[in-house]
Design a binder for this molecule. Sequence first.
Ligand SMILES: NC(=O)c1ccc[n+]([C@@H]2O[C@H](COP(=O)([O-])OP(=O)(O)OC[C@H]3O[C@@H](n4cnc5c(N)ncnc54)[C@H](OP(=O)(O)O)[C@@H]3O)[C@@H](O)[C@H]2O)c1
Length: 266
Amino acid sequence: MGIYYTGKKIWITGATSGIGEALALEFAKLNTVLILSGRRQEELDRVALLCKQLGSVAYTIPFDLSDAAEIEKAANNVLADYKRIDILVNNGGISQRSLVIDTPIEIDRKVMEIDFFSGVILTKKVLPEMVKAGFGHIIVISSITGVFGFPLRSAYAAAKHAMHGFYETLWAELHEKGINVTIVCPGRVNTNVSLNAITETGAAHAIMDHDINKGISPQKCATIIIKAVQKRKKIVYIAGKEMLMVYFKRYIPWIFYKLVSKVKPS
Ligand SMILES: NC(=O)c1ccc[n+]([C@@H]2O[C@H](COP(=O)([O-])OP(=O)(O)OC[C@H]3O[C@@H](n4cnc5c(N)ncnc54)[C@H](OP(=O)(O)O)[C@@H]3O)[C@@H](O)[C@H]2O)c1
């Protein structure tokens, strides 16, 4: 499995926990050069040390995905230091737990900035060198909520849906120049995502959702992603029974609408 990744410079956002950390650790076993980002430097240092122990080179660059100026600066620094990124993983993000009617537009914008625009900025920064080199792979961590709406997650679902439109278009425009795109749609993965989700006030939801707690491990999710990327899959769903909602929406939409209408937002 390693050949696709050996020696590749891989930049992962959201590498301080959950799926991003698990991806860093799995990539670290494959002789890669890792650039790890998140806001918390001490967590980046912890993950970088683990990556080095697994045999890869790992650098850290902290920045806030909600701040476009910080993202630009970080990308300029990364490109100055490493010239070219081979694989960009747009993973860092936050979820949401609030009703549309209660959610001020500032919260919608914040979720869109972190979950959608940050990745767009980074992608546009790394693309020119990728195109020059004739190779690049953009991995985008969407969600099954990127293909259907779900109560309490309006901005989150919007950001994830937006990813599909943007990155599918990117692939259509640039695949002939060696640019690959893999959109990953996890269902439930046992991470801090529900604890870190924001409510209508912007405060953390701070509740471990029962379903997330019962989700697959981030390690399993990362392993599936790494295999799918190597096969240059354009889209990959990583879900258990929640995958039924995807199938219903696609093939028997009336069942999807019936089921989603019965979800009790709480
Ligand atoms: N877990 C699931 O069930 C699930 C399902 C579908 C999709 N996803 C997606 O998977 C991705 C990773 O989430 P996770 O489940 O691993 O959750 P997580 O454990 O909460 O990790 C989120 C990561 O994003 C980073 N992040 C959040 N806000 C940031 C900001 N403003 N600036 C920079 N970094 C920020 C965090 O780093 P810092 O705190 O250090 O900044 C952290 O490393 C997200 O895009 C999420 O939407 C998760």
